[in-house]
Design a protein around this ligand. Structure first.
Ligand code: GDP
Ligand code: MG
Length: 598
């Protein structure tokens, strides 16, 4: 393809402003889809993605319009996947900024638009939903200019739903977004933007060619991974898969190279010619590392093999999560898994439950701590260990120092919620670094310990601000902290799955909260059950579940027999989903719910 006739762009939008609908319209208008195919949204194609309204994996479609080739790149929409977003944006020269004509500029729009500006994108404002009676395109234009500082005089007015302004959007892409650069005669330099596992074709790799030409039959080298592969397919999605002979500079498409696992591909890697490599890899590569760890155990011990198989299958398609076998005194055999963040954890857990029909217990999520241990007798040197499981915490007397990861968070929030957000950050041991106003919104910069953020920070932020706050973060390294292991004892037995590492200043409040939660979540037994939070031998919080007096069916005596049977069945069902600790049954929900600090 002639480079001057290529346009690469992504779509930026606050959730529900119409990104997916517009993308589908663009595909339909350029002939890629029939009306019937339009009825299903094409770009968000996983169930969980659709339900949560976020895009987890990016997809790209190639459109043809007036002799030009347009590559529309979809980007993930959550901070857990910020690195993937940055790579997708690096593959484009421009972006459509979709703003709801009735809602106006929202916080999420801001975070995304600033990223796009950082990538030097040409940004085309698209004011969507002009069909709504409440649409106020002129007010929204003014907001785009005042708040974001972009010229909105030539914004496209559109209704993705009614099909208004679609051609204007396509024309604006051609007229205003620059063509990609790149020398066809230079050695091959392509960026690995994304990869996923296809059951028929194996690992598929989304690439953006920066320089040179990527051909079928070419021997290529993945520079960061240090591996070589033979390219056996080259193509693009229109949105149906279409094979091509090659991809030239500026083009976006996919390749396959008989790769079996996505773990062999790294987002941001540079693909070059094995014989004639480029001297300069694509900048900005980062190896993604899981930051949140937790244990996943089957409720029914007999499901362990099934869990192993299911996790292995998911891992085929997601190299960013890790797993290794773990045994727990109370929970038996399971896996210690690493994730990019809590949403990522929830997605994997949800898929295991839903797609693989597994009942799981999730242990308290933990970040990775670095421990400096004193010299043990007979050891030549003091030891430094990485801890991602509170259960592995060494004897406190041997710990010289514990370091924990910190992040720098940037939060955008409308004025009226500012006070509540500042309090939330303060409660989470945050250090305020900056506070500025952009339009009617505050931009707050905080340094926060990652372990205060991984639990429920994002959910709290959203609920406090009624969805208006947005949040973006990057890791800024390790800092020493006064951290302790808190055990939870049920009927005087420590439940290792509920052990967590907390800051000493937070221990009591968190311990109390946990005991209160568990008191409500653990059903009554025939005996009294003490629930305690303890640091070492010191109990810091305590609740008691009173004994159950009579058999639960007692109240049905003389009553309707089917009701009694139903109750018994329900009890049996409940049993299946419980874990025995000593002689106490703890329902599966208790493990997850107890961890929400809300
Ligand atoms: P996304 O979260 O940005 O991908 O938003 P969607 O494309 O899923 O759209 C969110 C909701 O807005 C859906 O119910 C759409 O049908 C609706 N919607 C999208 N575009 C328009 C539009 O132009 N007009 C109206 N009235 N509704 C729209
Ligand atoms: Mg969408």
């Amino acid at each position: 393809t002639d480079r001057s006739k290529i346009r690469n762009f992504s779509i930026i939008a606050h959730i529900d402003h119409g990104k997916s609908t517009l993308a589908d319209r663009l595909i339909q208008r350029t002939g890629g889809l029939t009306e019937r195919e339009m009825s299903q949204q094409v770009l968000d194609n996983m169930d969980i993605e659709r339900e949560r309204g976020i895009t987890i994996k990016s997809q790209t479609v190639r459109l043809e319009w007036k002799g030009y080739t347009l590559n529309l790149m979809d980007t993930p929409g959550h901070v857990d996947f910020a690195y993937e977003v940055s790579r997708s944006l690096a593959a484009c020269e421009g972006a459509l900024l979709v703003v709801d004509a009735a809602q106006g500029v929202e916080a999420q729009t801001l975070a995304n638009v600033y990223q796009s500006i950082e990538h030097d994108h040409e940004i085309i404002p698209v004011i969507n939903k002009i069909d709504l009676p409440a649409a106020e395109p002129e007010r929204v234009k003014a907001e785009i200019e005042d708040i974001i500082g972009l010229d909105a005089s030539n914004a496209v007015l559109a209704s993705a739903k009614s099909g208004i302004g679609i051609e204007e959007v396509l024309d604006a892409v051609i007229d205003r977004i620059p063509a990609p650069g790149g020398d066809a005669n230079a050695p091959l330099k392509a960026m690995l933007v994304d990869s996923w596992y296809d059951p028929y074709l194996g690992v598929m790799i989304l690439v953006r060619v920066m320089e040179g030409v990527l051909k079928k039959g070419q021997q290529v080298k993945f520079m960061q991974a240090g591996t070589t592969h033979l390219i056996d397919r080259v193509g693009c999605f229109r949105p149906k898969l279409t094979q091509l002979g090659e991809l030239g500079p500026g083009e976006i498409g996919f390749v396959t190279a008989q790769i079996k696992e996505v773990a062999q591909t790294m987002v941001g890697d540079t693909i070059t010619d094995a014989k004639k490599p480029t001297a300069t890899p694509v900048p900005g590569f980062k190896e993604v590392q899981p930051v949140v760890f937790c244990g996943l155990f089957p409720v029914d011990a007999n499901d362990f093999e099934k869990l192993r198989e299911s996790i292995s299958k998911l891992r085929l398609n997601d190299a960013s999560f890790s797993f290794e076998m773990e045994t727990s005194a109370a929970l038996g055999f399971g896996f210690r898994c690493g994730f990019l963040g809590l949403l990522h954890l929830e997605i994997i857990q949800e898929r295991l439950t839903r797609e693989y029909d597994l009942d799981l217990i999730t242990t308290a999520p933990s970040v990775v701590y670095r421990l400096q241990l004193s010299k043990a007798a007979g050891e030549a040197e003091a030891q430094v260990i990485e801890l991602h499981n509170p259960a592995d915490m060494p004897d406190p007397n041997r710990i010289e120092e514990i370091e924990e990861p910190w992040i720098k968070a940037v939060i955008y929030v409308p004025d009226e919620h500012l006070g509540a957000i500042l309090k939330l950050c303060q409660d989470r041991r945050g250090i305020q670094k900056d506070l500025t106003y952009v339009g009617g919104r505050a931009q707050i910069t905080y340094e926060l310990p990652l372990n205060e953020v991984v639990f429920d920070f994002y959910d709290r932020l959203k609920s406090i601000s009624r969805g208006y706050a947005s949040f973006d973060y990057e890791q800024i390294g390790l800092r020493a902290g006064d951290l302790v292991k808190m055990n939870i004892l049920v009927n005087n037995e420590p439940v290792d799955a509920l052990a967590m590492i907390v800051h000493r200043s937070q221990a009591e409040a968190r311990g109390r909260h946990m005991c209160e939660r568990l008191k409500d979540l653990i059903p009554r037994h025939l005996f009294k059950i003490p629930i305690q939070a303890a640091i070492g031998g010191k109990v810091i919080a305590r609740e008691t579940i009173a004994a159950l007096r009579k058999d639960v069916t007692a109240k049905c005596y003389g009553g309707d027999i089917t009701r009694k049977r139903k109750l018994l069945e329900k009890q049996k069902e409940g049993k299946k989903r419980m874990r025995e600790y000593g002689n106490v049954s703890i329902p599966q929900e208790a493990f997850i719910a107890a961890l929400r600090m809300g």
